[in-house]
Design a protein around this ligand. Sequence first.
Ligand SMILES: [Zn+2]
Length: 103
Amino acid sequence: MYCPHCGEQISAQAEICPKCGVRIKNGHAGNVGDDKPNIAVNLLSFCCIPILGVVLFFVWKDSKPIAAKSALIWSLVSLGIWIILSVVFGIFGAMFSDPSYYY
Ligand SMILES: [Zn+2]
């Protein structure tokens, strides 16, 4: 096949043209623009519904790998923050509830 950008002959398996660096997706070059991190989904996965990012990762991982990975990362970051927060508040809770044993 030939690179649609520079016309260089390249391997049919190539995802990126070695000459000009343009990304080629096995004849679906027009769809590449659709695959980008979805900010609305990332925000939802991050602040509201962490499981949404995980679900969308499996839904999108074939058709939109970049958006899928981005959603997964945000949901994992969100989960990590929630775990850290619950540990921190657990420690603080233990510290503040301790003195009540003495009264
Ligand atoms: Zn090229």
